[in-house]
Design a protein. Structure first.
Lengths: 514, 358, 314
């Protein structure tokens, strides 16, 4: 591993960065230097201030206090104009956002060239760009079909286009926000190999992460943010997992414990399900989940999980095959699905989980709004809604000003608690949880996991769809892998190893994985 | 850079203030065209005020003008709540009026006392039917209802002209393209002797209150709001999204149809192709000024009616074109959009940031 | 008996079709430029009216015709700027803002016309653009009379189709406009200003719409009438979907529409005695609805259309 020596001057220097949003201090007097040739991991929970810091660096936000300085061509640090992505780009800072900033209707080449030419110049002059990109691709090993429309690229290819965008502009500092969130373990490894090679060529690489394993294996130096403050800045070789976890959370965390449970009869049975949704289609998918069991579905987003969740949620019927719950055919109607005892935790909680403009109380009542509990002769029972909300706020520790608070203004964790309170409270027979802890901080994720384990202990059959192997291995009794709409044979979690699951997520047959 | 930060809580005072500020601002801006026409701004506004509120007759005119505006305002408000962009209230109004004269001009033999209710129902049904078509085109085929409702306005008006020059032409109309008059039994009674304000106003007010109760206190209203704010989440939560949108379309069209009934059965007595001076479009402004609240619609309709009545009167007195009224109405819409923004958001100038917390 | 072929094969028929299509070509081009940048511009109907009024008024006050055209375009751009301010930095509803612009531009035009000409009973006339007579070409069989009965504004419209097509598909600016209508954060991440791009596109698109209006008063007719735009703006919005936001298809769509309209006018003279005239007048609107419904199912709307964008938001 390369070690930045004292003589190498910093390429980028942050000093005294403070950023407030109203009462919230997102970053507090942060000092951090970045050197050429090193890979720095910026570690922290969701909400620790990592993304805010990087947005200041890239000019999306302006710091309330402090300065950002970047080395000029003589190596002297000069202040970077704040609040201007253009200035950051010109100074050689490249950023790969977690949600890709690509225009899907353009090709990879067009996305890379966007903004690099004078807008009012006539014509293309693409020959030189192609030659330079060919060179960049050869050097970095980031191969991608530049003339393919981005909408047709895989997630990994899109990420390569994003990195090429920065390299094409001769970036000196490359910032990646949660770059592995959407990759298989193997793709992640390959990405880190590339980043390592780029650093060896003199690039300064910074990646943001909350996954300890990759931080430890892929970085030279680790900076830890907690509650907006920089609480550690250490060489990676002196760090270990437990120490980082404690620094990151500020307290000792217990891993989720899955007690053995008595397995009941199969409650959810899918037989030979096929759909045609293009890339998200399912092919002859069968599975069965018993009461008191969590079946984990591992897979990279976009392999049919969303379709699977929609089918079981009653949002659409399968083209062929049957879904049975407790021995009865499941109709494709959300209301009947709920009546059958299925609790649904949707993947995109902001889009499908809550109506942001309505209140906490209304969102808690929405699934049962036609039941006699909340209406009489079509008129709403406001007091029943309010008391139900008060109970749920208490029982699920939903942090909000009260039942009448607008749901949109709550944090992601509290929004997920509304969804949990609404769906799990009726003692459901089956729970379908899609990416239930994605984007939540450790505390909120832990809470979600405890709720799912509690439902399991009550005898519910739980289908857990996730991309997070830590989560799947901690919670699931059995795990199956979904790839291109086909599901592997589920196996006992204890009998599986992570590398094998990773390979299956990338499409290798189980035999090859062994 | 300008940026907007959402306010955590919005006080009712601010919400109420937005349309008032918008109205005042619109009137202030409209001073420029009055001045450009060479008239005294103060005098013009004084005449407008007198024309709208200066006498019992003026108030009666104001209320008569507000009646269709309340109904088209409700049509827009309830549809916009569900994000169903019904811009076709103008056409639905004519459809309602046409149905009203078809039923109400005395060709049906009916028991006494049943004709007026039947006229009202026919008008509402015709309006609802005209909105059902674009609603179904949207939910079944994905055709944008903004464009279809706008285009249908022209189709319906041409259809009305065709009927008035053809099968429904009044043989005693001296050749004018107008319908036969509504018979006495189908006329909406006057509220005040020798004044034009009629009982359609009472119908409109009752419907405004009913719409308020439905939106605020019933399951239907809950579902309409949920579908309007987030159809994906509403569907996920088991709310019948398509049925709700169709229901809203029918109600919205019926309101607009009733506006047409009121104009022929309460005011004019017969149908001509220039029945509405744009009540359908003005209804959109009324609804937006009201913040899509049904009770607010009543107040906003009174304001807009005042502008129309006052401008007519002022125009007759000092010759400033009464297109000024349309201008003020349009300015009110643009102003209320902007003032609504400042109610919900705080504007910060300088720096750069997002509208959201990290 | 009417022989359809007889109608379709006359140069006069195609001359009429092209004449009817011209304002729509301007309008659809304008609408598609706005929508490609991610902003629906329902101000179109009013901007048509304002362009018609302003262009005519300038000429009536003594300006030459091309100055009138420039005045119309400038007026359109000004209303476009207003729409841009409301929808881009303020992020307000594009539907409501656009309707507001239509009401505002229409009423302002009518008010200005009435104020300038308080007491005229018959609208004053100007000398409009004359057919572009090119020696030799006008005498070509069929094509000559069909094409060279047209005024310079028709040729401007066809030229603009080419210009917009090249601009969108062949220049860095067009690349940025297409990107900002798909994913504004992609544009911002590459150091370009979403606000400037969208504002510029809306102003340019609105200027084109105003030229459609100017054609009506300065080429098709020679005076300004109330209600003369008569839904042409809304038809353009429907045709934009039909044209899948492509300039070439916009031209074809507008010409098809013009041909249909010219055809129904001729049909009307044949069977006008039995079928009321209004039936024919309804057809263009119904045709637009049908075109929209046909195109709606597979329509590939610009992904960022109707979605406001705030800086730093992803």
């Amino acid at each position: 591993m390369s070690e930045p020596s004292a003589e190498v001057p910093a390429v980028l220097s942050l000093s005294g960065i403070t950023k407030r949003f109203g009462d919230l201090v997102a970053n507090q007097t942060i000092d951090l230097d970045f050197f050429p040739g090193e890979v720095v991991a910026l570690l922290g929970e969701n909400g620790a201030g990592k993304t805010t810091l990087m947005n200041i660096l890239f000019g999306h936000y302006v710091a309330d206090e402090g300065s950002v300085r970047i080395a000029d061509h003589e190596g002297k640090l000069v202040p970077l104009e704040q609040g201007s992505p253009n200035a950051a780009l010109k100074a050689g800072i490249g950023m790969v956002h977690q949600h890709f900033t690509l225009a899907e209707n353009l090709t990879g080449l067009e996305n890379i060239l966007l903004g690099t030419q004078t807008l009012f110049s006539p014509g293309w002059q693409r020959g030189r760009a192609r030659r330079k990109l060919a060179e960049v691709m050869k050097q970095s090993g980031l191969e991608v079909d530049l003339d393919c429309r981005v909408s047709r690229l895989t997630v990994g290819e899109k990420q390569r286009v994003e990195i090429l965008k920065a390299l094409y502009r001769d970036a000196r500092v490359l910032v990646l926000d949660e770059p592995t969130a959407v990759l298989t373990p193997q793709e992640s490894e390959s990405l880190f190999r590339t980043l390592r090679a780029l650093a060896a060529n003199g690039l300064s690489v910074v990646f943001i992460s909350h996954k300890m394993a990759e931080v430890l294996s892929a970085s030279d130096r680790i900076a830890v943010l907690r509650g907006g403050q920089l609480v550690a800045d250490l060489p990676t070789r002196v760090c270990d997992r437990h120490m980082l976890a404690d620094i990151m959370v500020g307290r000792h965390i217990e891993p989720d414990e899955r007690l053995p449970s008595k397995e009941g009869a199969p409650l959810l049975i899918l037989k030979d399900i096929s759909t045609d949704d293009g890339r998200n289609a399912l092919h002859d998918l069968s599975l069965s989940v018993r009461g008191g069991e969590i079946l984990g579905i591992a897979g990279i987003s976009g392999n049919g999980q969303a379709t699977l969740a929609r089918l079981i949620s009653g949002l659409e019927p399968p083209k062929s095959g049957t879904i049975e719950i407790d021995g009865k055919r499941l109709p494709a109607d959300p209301r009947k699905v709920m009546a059958a005892g299925i609790a649904r935790i949707p993947e995109d909680r902001h889009r499908d989980g809550i109506v942001g403009a309505m209140t906490v109380a209304e969102n808690l009542a929405i699934e049962a709004i036609r039941s006699p509990a909340f209406q009489r002769l079509g008129f709403l029972k406001f007091s029943a809604m309010a008391s139900r909300a008060t109970e749920a706020i208490e029982a699920y520790d939903i942090r909000c000003p009260g039942p009448d608070a607008t749901a949109r203004l709550l944090s992601g964790g509290n929004i997920q608690k509304i969804v949990l309170a609404r769906t799990l409270d009726g003692d459901p027979k089956v729970v379908i949880a899609a990416q239930p802890a994605r984007g939540l901080d450790i505390g909120a994720a832990e809470d979600v996991h405890q709720r799912l384990l509690a439902a399991r202990a009550r005898g519910a059959a739980i289908l857990l769809i996730s991309e997070d192997l830590d989560e799947l291995f901690a919670l699931s009794d059995r795990i199956a892998v979904i790839h291109r709409g086909r599901l592997s044979e589920p196996q006992q979690t204890e009998a599986l190893d992570r590398a094998a699951v990773g390979l299956m997520m990338a499409g290798h047959a189980p035999g090859e994985a062994a | 850079m300008i940026r907007f930060e959402p306010r955590q809580s919005v006080s009712p005072v601010r919400i109420a203030a937005a349309p008032i500020i918008a109205a005042v601002l619109a009137l202030a801006i409209a001073a420029i065209p009055i001045w450009a026409a060479g008239a005294s701004v103060f005098n013009a506004y004084l005449l407008m005020y007198k024309g709208a509120l200066g006498s019992t007759f003026a108030v009666s005119e104001l209320l008569a003008r507000a009646t269709p505006l309340i109904l088209t305002g409700l049509a827009a408000a309830i549809a916009f709540r569900a994000k169903l962009w019904n811009i076709g209230a103008e056409g639905q109004l004519y459809a309602g009026a046409l149905a009203a004269v078809a039923v109400g001009s005395g060709h049906l033999a009916l028991p006494p006392g049943t004709l007026l209710p039947l006229v009202i129902i026919a008008g509402a049904a015709a309006g609802a039917l005209m909105m059902l078509v674009p609603t179904l085109l949207r939910v079944r085929l994905g055709a944008d209802e903004v464009v279809t409702t706008l285009l249908l306005n022209f189709v319906i008006l041409l259809f009305v002209q065709m009927m008035l020059e053809g099968p429904m032409k009044d043989p005693l109309g001296m050749g004018w393209p107008q319908s036969e008059p509504i018979v006495d039994a189908a006329v909406l009674p006057k509220l005040v002797e020798r004044m034009r304000v009629h009982s359609g106003l009472v119908v409109a007010l009752v419907l405004a209150i009913a719409a308020h109760i439905v939106l605020k206190r019933t399951v239907w209203g809950f579902e309409i709001r949920a579908v309007g704010e987030n159809p994906a989440a509403a569907r996920h939560a088991g709310i019948p999204v398509t049925a709700t949108i169709v229901r809203v379309g029918l109600i919205s069209g019926a309101f607009a149809g009733l506006a047409g009934v009121g104009e022929v059965a309460g005011l004019k007595g017969y149908l001509t192709a220039d029945l509405s001076p744009g009540f359908g479009y003005a209804g959109i402004v009324v609804a937006m000024l009201a913040g899509l609240s049904p009770l607010g619609v009543v107040l906003a309709a009174l304001f807009i009616a005042g502008i129309f009545v006052g401008a007519d009167s002022m125009s007759r007195a000092i010759g400033v074109s009464n297109y000024l009224a349309d201008l003020i109405v349009a300015l009110s819409l643009l102003c209320v959009l902007v003032s609504g923004l400042f109610v919900r958001f705080r504007m910060r100038v300088g720096g750069s940031a997002s509208a959201e917390k990290p | 008996m009417i022989d359809i072929l007889d109608i379709l094969l006359t140069a006069n028929f195609w001359a009429a079709a092209i004449r009817i299509a011209t304002p729509l070509i301007f309008g659809v081009l304008g609408a598609l430029v706005c929508e490609r940048a991610g902003v629906l511009n329902l101000g179109i109907e009013g901007i048509f009216t304002a362009g018609a009024m302003a262009g005519w008024m300038a000429v009536w006050l003594g300006a030459d015709l091309w100055t009138g055209v420039a005045v119309a375009a400038g007026t359109g751009a000004a209303f476009g700027l207003l729409h841009a301010i409301l929808t881009v930095p303020f992020g307000l509803s594009q539907h409501v803002s656009g309707l507001g612009i239509t009401l505002f531009a229409t009423s302002a035009s009518y008010y200005a016309y009435r104020t300038a000409l308080p007491d005229v009973s018959s609208p004053p006339r100007i000398t409009p653009f004359q057919p572009l007579d090119v020696d030799g070409l006008s005498d070509l069989p069929f094509i000559g009379p069909a094409l060279f009965q047209q005024t310079p504004l028709t040729f401007l419209a066809i030229g603009l189709v080419l210009l917009v097509a090249v601009l969108l598909n062949r220049t860095p600016l067009g690349l940025a406009i297409r990107a900002v209508g798909d994913n504004p954060s992609a544009v911002e991440a590459q150091g370009l200003s979403v606000m400037k791009l969208r504002t510029g596109a809306i102003m340019f698109g609105s200027a084109l719409m105003a030229l459609g209006g100017a054609f009506l008063t300065m080429s098709a007719f020679d005076a300004f009438f109330f209600g003369m735009v008569n839904g042409r703006g809304w038809i353009c919005i429907a045709l934009t979907v039909f044209a899948s936001w492509r300039p070439g298809k916009a031209l074809i769509g507008a010409l098809l529409f013009g041909a249909f309209d010219a055809f129904q006018v001729r049909l009307q003279t044949e069977v006008g005695a039995v079928v009321p005239g209004q039936v024919f007048l309804m057809l263009p609107y119904l045709l637009s609805i049908v075109a929209l419904v046909v195109a709606a199912r597979g329509a590939d709307y610009p992904r960022a259309l109707l979605k406001p964008y705030f800086k730093g938001q992803r």
